[in-house]
Ligand binder design. Structure first.
Ligand SMILES: Nc1ncnc2c1ncn2[C@@H]1O[C@H](COP(=O)(O)OP(=O)(O)O)[C@@H](O)[C@H]1O
Ligand SMILES: [Mg+2]
Length: 609
């Protein structure tokens, strides 16, 4: 769907470009940035324009040469003049072919490079963003930036620019040549143009709504598909497929209806243009013919005129479609700029230090944290409120509390996925704000509720944090978490491909891999955020056994449902509404008979049942 081809678009295109050139468009700096992307390839851009100029010039020659062949050769009975003109004709064709090749090749070359550069740039930028950024933006939107929007920009700077120049040059060239050939006949021919403009105007009025409607319809279908595909399990489990099919059918039908409008429009546009072109030809034949009969004009000139009229409409049509490319490209430019101008919110401070090997001491001092955006920090919804806590190196800290109490938030602050609004988080006495993030995270192992596995082999997944690990080390880690048996049972053991193109692992098996991965990285601080809550009881028991090895000699923050792990923890902290309700060892807290002992009572009952 290329949008409506019409003359109005050409006017708007040039008006927009004029505004850009005069610096009246707020996108000026973005366009300059885009042009700057071409700078490394300026030599090739130059060659592209050279090809473009030659091709356009050579493309303009044939009708003129045909006219000359008739007048100076055939009618004059001058064979050598005819030969010369034919030689010129062939030469021009060769130039046209070579120049077109050069231009097309260069556009392709530059286009693929720019695509590659832009994608790398956007990807690098996205990689530098904080975790908070990713929770706020959907992956779908980011993917679309990397694919559709970059593609649209690419179209704009390559095909768009070429069409723009070659079509404009061709139009100007034709007008000039016609005027030079015969001013009067040219002016009379141009009289047909207002007809074209009027026809376009009518077309535009009729089509304006139709194309907008098709875009809206297709957007509705996309949104609907996205939702029903994401929610396919829910649909299936409630047996609501028929209803979904009905809704989809209705949307699809509506889409077809609005599309049909554009089908009528498209079907009538090209015949209309042909008609106008025919009218132009008729005018030339009528007026030019009568002039020729009077001997006031040469026959070759008329032939040339008819030829040029035929080359006139294609650039017009291309230019009118270019407006769509232009608009899409500009919209993409805005979106990509939005993304690139979003500053990474958690870059390392200028003097950030590498703390070296950590002992794993954690301190929270008066920590307040809210997920609300910085600006709107009327943060009435604190996820953590004034948390003070000291965790000595090597201790296992168990966090307990109701859902939403702030346990995961606590863990995320220690990993510095976020910075607190008030207070400080320290590791080994270093304020995390002044520590190099990579140096910190290298020594951090995090196993979330659902560990993410990449497509690749089991080995690659286990060795994710330490790709250089030896086979023995990998096997030791797998054995330590009790996963040896399961890995051995896989068709190709460690080399079994998992993920999209491989076999599907169960939730429990995935967690075993995630645990082995965390262990292999030998982190100084280990965070287990409900890491065993999605696994079956047997796997959980296996992991429990490996846990001792996993927790030994490092600081750990364990958020778990399993009582045994919590009971053994050096310190248990009960969070309630983002605040520490109580802390101590299992025995102390049971003796205190506070919130923990109530929770513990409830747990014991449910596991006894
Ligand atoms: N990404 C987020 N954006 C906004 N609010 C969040 C986000 N994650 C958690 N919260 C809110 O912060 C509070 C604490 O959540 P969380 O730390 O995940 O609790 P827990 O892990 O104890 O269940 C909850 O009120 C929750 O709604
Ligand atoms: Mg949580």
């Amino acid at each position: 769907m290329n949008g409506s081809p019409n003359m109005g678009n050409i006017g708007r295109l040039f008006a927009d470009l004029w505004r850009l050139l005069r610096g009246q468009d707020r996108r000026g700096h973005k366009v300059r940035w885009l042009v700057a992307q071409l700078r490394p390839y300026r030599g090739r851009v130059g060659l592209m324009f050279l090809g473009l100029l030659l091709a356009t010039a050579a493309g303009l020659a044939p009708p003129y040469l045909a006219g000359r062949a008739i007048d100076s050769g055939i009618l004059a009975g001058d064979l050598s003049a005819l030969d010369l003109i034919v030689v010129a004709f062939v030469a021009v064709s060769v130039v046209y072919a070579l120049a077109t090749y050069l231009q097309t090749y260069m556009v392709g070359w530059i286009g693929t490079r720019v695509l590659q550069d832009l994608r790398e740039r956007v990807f690098t930028h996205i990689q530098s963003m904080s975790i908070g950024f990713f929770t706020r933006r959907s992956p779908g939107v980011l993917i679309s930036r990397m694919t559709n929007d970059i593609e649209a920009l690419n179209q704009l700077v390559t095909t768009g620019v070429v069409t723009m120049f070659s079509s404009t040059l061709t139009l100007v060239g034709v007008v000039v040549i016609l005027l030079v050939l015969d001013v009067k006949l040219a002016l009379i021919t141009f009289l047909t143009f207002p007809l074209l403009a009027i026809a376009s105007l009518i077309f535009r009025v009729v089509s304006a709504g139709a194309y907008k409607a098709t875009r809206e319809r297709i957007a509705a279908i996309t949104a609907y598909l996205q939702e029903s595909l994401s929610g396919v399990r829910v649909v299936r489990s409630f047996g609501q497929e028929p209803r979904h099919l009905d809704e989809m059918t209705a949307l699809n039908e509506a889409n077809r209806e609005v599309n049909m409008k554009t089908v009528y429009l498209n079907a009538s546009y090209f015949p209309a243009v042909e008609m106008l072109s025919a009218i132009g030809t008729a005018v030339i034949l009528l007026y030019g013919g009568s002039q020729a009969i009077d001997g006031a004009i040469q026959i070759g000139v008329i032939v040339a005129f008819v030829g040029y009229l035929n080359t006139f409409f294609e650039p017009i049509q291309q230019l009118s479609q270019l407006y769509t490319t232009y608009q899409q490209g500009m919209a993409a430019l805005d979106k990509i700029f939005d993304l690139l101008e979003t500053k990474p919110d958690m870059v390392d401070a200028p003097g950030a230090i590498d703390p070296g090997e950590l002992r794993g001491e954690i301190d929270l001092e008066g920590v307040w944290f809210s997920y609300g955006e910085e600006g709107e920090s009327g943060a009435d919804t604190w996820a953590l409120e004034g948390v003070d806590l000291h965790v000595p190196p090597g201790q296992t800290l168990a966090l307990v509390g109701a859902t939403g109490a702030g346990k995961s938030t606590f863990a995320k602050l220690v990993a510095r996925f976020y910075d607190p609004q008030k207070g400080t988080v320290r590791v080994d006495g270093h304020d995390l704000r002044g520590v190099q993030q990579r140096a910190l995270r290298r020594q951090l192992g995090i196993v979330p509720q659902e560990g993410f596995l990449f497509s690749g082999s089991v080995r690659e997944n286990v060795a994710f944090g330490r790709p250089e690990a030896s086979d023995e080390e990998i096997e030791a880690a797998i054995s330590a978490v009790g996963a040896t048996e399961f890995v051995a049972a896989l068709p190709e053991g460690l080399d079994t491909q998992i993920g999209e193109r491989g076999i599907q692992l169960s939730a429990g098996q995935r967690q075993l891999v995630a645990f082995a991965r965390a262990l292999l990285a030998e982190p100084r601080i280990l965070i287990l955020d409900e890491a065993t809550s999605n696994v079956d009881v047997r796997t959980e028991k296996t992991i429990e056994r490996g846990l001792e090895r996993l927790l030994h000699g490092r600081t750990a923050i364990v958020i778990a449902h399993r009582l045994s792990t919590i009971r053994r923890a050096g310190k248990i902290v009960v969070l309630e509404h983002g605040q520490i309700a109580e802390q101590g060892t299992h025995d102390e807290l049971i003796a205190a008979n506070g919130p923990y002992s109530k929770l513990y009572g409830a747990w014991s009952e449910s596991s006894a049942a």
